[in-house]
Design a protein around this ligand. Structure first.
Ligand code: HEC
Ligand code: HEC
Ligand code: HEC
Ligand code: HEC
Ligand code: HEC
Ligand code: HEC
Length: 498
């Protein structure tokens, strides 16, 4: 007669019973518990405040868990070979008999265990995915490196758009590419090997079609957009100068409005391609436009001979004009003008525009050094003036928001391609120097009223004389007509005497 106990096979030597596997299993179990604990904290909302919490919970802990499991497996594999060598392993005969209570309970425990493990892995990997896509991971964990981009991003029109919506794009292959890239960047950070400033344009940025156009509709007809630029001269009186422009943004799709204006370049019915001879895409000697009917026209500068390398010809998209949609470093000139206009700096303070811009543009090694120098400089010049503390605080805040000497990041390293005042921008192509070889036909839109009309300009009562058809530009400080200079030959975002 057989009792159930007789069915239990004698204790066989197990391949798991070795020190390496044991260590691996202990590691895996403790990481699993750590993960469950951290995950519970996160669910309770305790993790959100610390940027390193996520990295610990969703990257480090699962990492140790996987390491533990791999270690356990490796130990078993090693041990099995050793046992095979000693002849201790006989191929076990596997049979499951559900009528045996022991088999039933093993099966139940095994299934429950696997389910729990799979569920946790699924939750864990989903959370890892979510976390590594979060702004916190992108912007704060790598704070020293991406601090400048993160700071600028937070006050951009896209402050509520996640980094990955523009930088990773949709689809699994984009995700894998981004993570491979990210791992390289992590290496760079750990070994202090990253470039300062971070290189721009971003080499592997997805085309606008897969990023910007996931939200923005290229066919949209924008018509004219009014923008007013409030400026102050660098003289003793901080003389105001304002330009009210009607910017002809237009549109590129005949189905939604007249085709024309600036958004005409949108690649809807035309395709613009160009070749830039420098890494920052600031010097453009060759441009080709292909119309919907297939006719192509090439404009080039007189100095550029031959044909560009086809691999370096880029198809123009949103980011060739809107290259700073999320990380615009304001120039000292723009930032001080804005503060004066908003009343954060008092325009009645003599020569404040010039002084503040000068203090902001001096070379500093660190933000701390700059902040101290700004304090000392302003206090020396305006000792005893009412409101001095607020003035100092405002100029220091401008520095902290826009200048990052540790990363060598500021407006001069990251030119903004919208407009043409401080950098060539639109005038990279529309400078009157690009024409069809031999034919003399120029790239159009070089006259001042083709991209925008100046509705009003100047200060005081001059600004009430609005001209719907546009006025001729009157340069605020001196006559520049006939000099044959582009605006950015003189203007560069700082005071012009230095
Ligand atoms: C609205 C889209 C958008 C969002 C959102 C965005 N970026 Fe960018 N980012 C860009 C563009 C466009 C560039 C410049 C690309 C080029 O010129 O090729 C850029 C450039 C960068 C660069 C390279 C250095 C530089 O300034 O050119 C870094 C680093 C960067 N972004 C990090 C981030 C981080 C971190 C976040 C989130 C906190 C973020 N970005 C959010 C569009 C975006
Ligand atoms: C996830 C959606 C999303 C993506 C991706 C996105 N944007 Fe936007 N963008 C917005 C929203 C929303 C606004 C309007 C913000 C507001 O006015 O509150 C906006 C505003 C803008 C504006 C007007 C800015 C201003 O100062 O008023 C420009 C220009 C722009 N986006 C360009 C881009 C470019 C270029 C890209 C690609 C690099 C891009 N956007 C990617 C959602 C997006
Ligand atoms: C040739 C340069 C150029 C290209 C290419 C371009 N834009 Fe613009 N866009 C401008 C200019 C200039 C303005 C006027 C606003 C300004 O001066 O800041 C503008 C304005 C805008 C605005 C705000 C106007 C509105 O309708 O409220 C949005 C949004 C915008 N662009 C999105 C895009 C998107 C998305 C793309 C790509 C599909 C794109 N732009 C391509 C130059 C360009
Ligand atoms: C890469 C070169 C390039 C850049 C940069 C560029 N454009 Fe253009 N633009 C062109 C070409 C090419 C044409 C079409 C020429 C033709 O019609 O043969 C054009 C045409 C135009 C037109 C005339 C559209 C019409 O109604 O026919 C306007 C307006 C314009 N651009 C504005 C701008 C503005 C504003 C900027 C800067 C924000 C800018 N462009 C930047 C290449 C460029
Ligand atoms: C190729 C198109 C184009 C042409 C040609 C052009 N502009 Fe502009 N201009 C722009 C755009 C786009 C902006 C808006 C920049 C921004 O949104 O910051 C601008 C801005 C300006 C501003 C305001 C600058 C500021 O920041 O205070 C002035 C002034 C100006 N333009 C004058 C001129 C004059 C004068 C000419 C003729 C020599 C001219 N523009 C030709 C596209 C053009
Ligand atoms: C020959 C050099 C030169 C050229 C070229 C030039 N400017 Fe100026 N601009 C100056 C000087 C000098 C001032 C006075 C500086 C100050 O007081 O801040 C000034 C002041 C200005 C101001 C008001 C203050 C400020 O700094 O913003 C505007 C706006 C301006 N210029 C626009 C333009 C535009 C637009 C163009 C191109 C069409 C242009 N300038 C071309 C030298 C030049």
């Amino acid at each position: 007669m057989t009792t159930p106990a007789d069915n239990v096979p004698p204790l066989r030597p197990s391949i798991w019973r070795n020190w390496i596997s044991l260590a691996g299993l202990i590691l895996a179990c403790s990481s699993l518990f750590a993960f469950i604990f951290l995950f519970a904290l996160d669910l309770l909302g305790r993790g959100a405040t610390n940027p390193y919490f996520g990295i610990l919970c969703y990257v480090v802990t699962p990492g140790f868990l996987i390491m533990g499991l791999v270690l356990a497996g490796a130990g078993a594999w090693h041990h099995r070979r050793a046992m095979a060598r000693d002849g201790a392993v006989t191929s076990p005969h596997l049979s499951i008999d559900l009528s045996r209570p022991r088999d039933r309970s093993i099966l139940i425990w095994f299934s429950a265990g696997s389910m729990t493990f799979l569920l946790l892995t699924a939750v864990g990997s989903y959370q890892t995915y979510v976390y590594t896509e979060s702004n916190q991971f992108c912007g704060e964990v790598c704070h020293a490196v991406m601090g400048p981009e993160f700071t600028a991003y937070q006050r951009s029109a896209h402050a509520k758009v996640a980094c990955v919506e523009c930088h990773v794009g949709s689809g699994a292959s984009s995700y894998v590419k981004a993570k491979v890239n990210g791992t390289r960047q992590l290496y760079g950070i750990l070994f202090n090997k990253y470039e300062r400033p971070i290189h721009t344009p971003v080499q592997n940025m997805r085309p606008a079609r897969e990023t910007c156009e996931e939200c923005h509709w290229a066919e949209k007809y924008s018509g004219s957009v009014e923008r007013t630029f409030h400026r102050y001269l660098a003289d003793d009186k901080n003389t105001p100068y304002t330009a009210r422009l009607l910017i002809n943004v237009g549109g590129g799709s005949p189905a939604h409005g007249p085709v024309g204006g600036i958004h005409w370049h949108m690649n809807v019915s035309n395709q613009v391609e160009y070749f830039a001879s420098d890494a920052q895409r600031q010097v453009i000697p060759w441009v080709r436009i292909t119309k919907a009917d297939g006719t192509a026209t090439v404009y080039r500068t007189a100095e550029f001979k031959g044909e560009p390398d086809p691999a370096k010809v880029r198809r123009m998209d949103c980011m060739d004009c809107h290259n700073r949609p999320a990380h615009r470093y304001t120039s000292p000139n723009d930032a001080v003008d804005e503060a004066l206009y908003l009343g954060r700096l008092d325009a009645a303070t003599p020569a404040l525009k010039r002084t503040a811009v000068d203090l902001l543009t001096k070379p500093y090694a660190t933000q701390a050094e700059a902040v101290a120098a700004i304090d000392a400089g302003l206090r020396r010049q305006y000792a005893g003036r009412a409101g001095l503390d607020a003035t100092v605080a405002t100029v220091q805040a401008i520095y902290r928001d826009n200048f990052f000497p540790e990363m060598k990041a500021d407006w001069s390293k990251y030119p903004d391609n919208i407009g043409h005042l401080d950098t060539a921008g639109c005038f990279r192509c529309h400078d009157g120097k690009h024409s069809v070889a031999g034919a003399g036909k120029q790239l159009p839109a070089t006259d001042c009223n083709s991209c925008h009309t100046i509705l009003a300009q100047g200060s005081g009562t001059e600004l009430t004389k609005v001209a719907p058809a546009g006025q001729l530009f009157k340069h605020p400080s001196s006559d520049i007509d006939g000099m044959g200079l582009l605006c950015n030959d003189c203007h560069n975002g700082k005071n012009q005497d230095n």
